[in-house]
Design a protein around this ligand. Structure first.
Ligand SMILES: NC(=O)c1ccc[n+]([C@@H]2O[C@H](COP(=O)([O-])OP(=O)(O)OC[C@H]3O[C@@H](n4cnc5c(N)ncnc54)[C@H](OP(=O)(O)O)[C@@H]3O)[C@@H](O)[C@H]2O)c1
Length: 278
């Protein structure tokens, strides 16, 4: 039976929680401190931040104050676009560690491929070195489509352990998911709730009512059943609790098919081929 602390084994043997808290668009200071604090108190083990969220300090304080042994937690951060490049990546990694007040990360991701900038392969070399030196437990990418992965894998010595991408019932990324499975890359869902846009969908409401659950819980349960890691964001304590309460019910094959039929290949965030901000 899956539970809040269930993990999946990445291709290098590291155990990564299948569920965690995202902190995109959460203000540094009290807001992020409380979100992380409430999540950790409730039993969350995984926190997903990024340099560009500018809240690593608050995340780090909440981790420290939780008193939870570091090796029981799984902390992810990401290399921002303007920090890509070989030398720059080392500096950015250290800056994230310093802000978080940690001496290692569990997972470090290249945030976006930024094809116009074309620096993700040299950034990856730095990430590989940090990994080989034992400074990061796992390395991965974010927002990489198949062609970005194909290109990276031509030169990479290490296959990314994780690809974190926009993933929800309106953007099911079937072929990318298949590609990742074939290469032992774990898929992780960002904006699993489509930033709230999916919560009034009639199909999801019908399924939710059948199980006595909320639509958010149905989506997050669907992620688990698709073997996709999920990291919903909330700054509200009751929702942080609600989102984690997905381990006592199961969607039927019929319900999975109903959700499958909702795909529209529709994004709430940028298309990775067009994201050239740095
Ligand atoms: N790699 C990337 O490029 C990338 C991009 C985007 C996001 N991410 C990561 O993925 C995480 C999740 O994505 P996201 O923050 O974009 O969006 P999300 O988790 O899909 O949705 C968050 C929104 O839904 C609301 N919400 C959360 N739980 C709810 C519930 N049970 N009922 C009703 N509303 C609920 C939240 O409001 P309240 O906070 O007011 O509850 C917030 O407005 C991020 O925080 C970040 O860590 C990564």
């Amino acid at each position: 039976m899956l539970h809040l602390q269930s993990t999946t084994t990445l291709h290098n043997g590291v155990e990564m929680p299948r569920f965690g808290l995202g902190v995109f668009q959460v203000e540094d200071g009290e807001e992020v401190y409380n979100s992380v604090k409430w999540a950790l108190e409730h039993g969350y083990k995984s926190i997903d931040t990024a340099a560009i969220y500018r809240n690593e300090e608050g995340v780090g304080r909440a981790i420290k104050d939780s008193g939870i042994p570091r090796d029981e937690l799984f902390i992810t951060s990401k290399l921002w676009n303007s920090d890509q490049g070989y030398e720059e990546a080392f500096q950015a990694y250290q800056a994230s560690l310093d802000k978080l007040g940690l001496d290692y990360l569990d997972l470090y991701l290249i945030h976006w491929p930024v094809p116009k900038q074309n620096k993700y392969k040299e950034s990856w070399k730095a990430m590989e070195e940090l990994y080989n030196d034992g400074k990061i437990r796992a390395i991965g990418v974010s927002n990489f489509k198949e062609h970005h992965l194909d290109d990276l894998l031509q030169e990479a010595a290490i296959t990314p352990m994780v690809n974190q991408v926009e993933y929800h019932p309106h953007l099911q990324q079937k072929s990318l998911h298949e590609y990742c499975k074939q290469h032992n890359i774990q898929l992780e869902a960002w904006s699993p709730l489509k930033q709230g846009e999916l919560l009034n969908d009639p199909t999801l409401i019908e399924i939710a009512e059948r199980h006595g659950k909320s639509t958010a819980q149905v989506i997050l349960r669907w992620d688990l059943q698709q073997e996709v890691i999920t990291i919903p964001k909330s700054v509200k304590q009751h929702r942080i609790h609600e989102n984690a309460d997905i381990f006592d019910f199961e969607l039927t094959n019929e319900e999975i098919k109903q959700i499958e039929a909702m795909n529209k290949d529709e994004r709430v965030g940028s298309d990775p081929d067009e994201m050239n901000k740095y």
